[in-house]
Design a protein around this ligand. Sequence first.
Ligand code: GLY
Ligand code: MN
Ligand code: MN
Length: 478
Amino acid sequence: MADETDENKTRKNGLYVDVSVELAENMKQGWADTERCDLEPIAQAPYTARRRAALSARFPGELLVVPAGNPKVRANDTDYPFRPSSDYAYLTGDQSQDSVLVLQPDADGKHLAVAYLLPRSDRENGEFWRDYHGELWDGRRNSLTENERLLGLPCRDIRTLAKRLAEATGPIRLLRGYDTGVDAALDHKVTAERDAEFRVALSEMRLLKDEFEIADLRHACQATARGFEDVVRFLGTDAPTAERAIEGRFWMRARTEGNDVGYASVCAAGAHATTLHWVRNDGEARPGELLLIDAGVESSNLYTADVTRTFPVDGRFTPVQRKVYDAVYAAQSAGIAAVRPGAKYRDFHHAAQRVLTEHLASWGLFGERSVDEAYELGLYRRWTLAGTGHMIGLDVHDCAKARTELYVEGTLETGMVLTVEPGLYFQLDDLTVPAEFRGIGVRIEDDLLVTDEGNENLSADLPRAADEVEAWMARLRG
Ligand code: GLY
Ligand code: MN
Ligand code: MN
């Protein structure tokens, strides 16, 4: 909110400028009533209600506070694009900045959920156009009544929250770290330990996806597949293509079919593919090289896919590229086969890494050591580098605060969604591998829904096997 109080000044390009009394008066009048009475609840509303009920049951009698968060300043009066905290979005379906969900304990041992939001801009006091975030500049907001219809819960003016929190008594839990004002207001009423428990509980609730989330993740994966197809059509077969142009091509799909990309896209050609977090994307993809793209469309409800494909820029794998690719493909297939309800979470990781170790051993990379020995000692990790997967959802690395016993040392259950993404990465300067391997990086990553029968590959619109990848590229290029 602007802190300028002078009646006759308003803010423009970050600076305050004087306005006449006549203009200030003029701007108060002549605006139509645009209140909408035709709004239906968002499709997610019944699901967010169930999620809030589950959270309520977990913390009876406690006041629960989940902020959306504040925009982050980039410089002066420009902010980074806003994205709400994932837990706020999960519990409300709303994406507006500075909002706060409060679950107030009631007499029945349940909670009344209230969303505190910024209402429409006041025309009378000039907030509409003189405030930096007034609707004239940032666009029309929903009124509180409109939001009540859309979100399916009572909505109040965020400017009344400070008083509500100041008066709050009894046990309180806060999702800290998103809203500096709320953190400060509750600082002496909460404890770090209890808030940490709250954060863990929220993360663990999200381990099992409901029908809405699964449908949204399926859409995100399908849109991601279309983004990969866009890239293949876009790639030059005779001339180099800039990695950033590739990134931009995928991003266009993400912005068209979803909200954004769910994380910074890795567009890594040639030896760049051996750098797991290659997001500089300042090189170029040349015919004859492999191109590794790790990218995911984030849906308009903020659920993200996380998919990697590695393919030859000119459409045909060389024999050595295919050798490495086939090893990763075999490892990923073994990993995917291990994804089923009742399996330990780590099973798919061990299955994939074991297959990679066998291939590395067959290429003589462990010298005299046996596969078992190399596996026990973890020697394969020089070339496999990362774990084999993680949960996805509202965050690309979803549920990261869940307790170890429920996640990495837990058991897979129907309704979980996770990636399986083994890879082999031979650095350019790695003298321990044959020269022909140096500078080759391959990862294949798919998004798996655990089902009663085993799993469903949500990203199966994209081919995985080398022959199928070549045929897919040839088909797209006509
Ligand atoms: N794209 C991030 C990951 O694969 O985990
Ligand atoms: Mn990825
Ligand atoms: Mn991943």
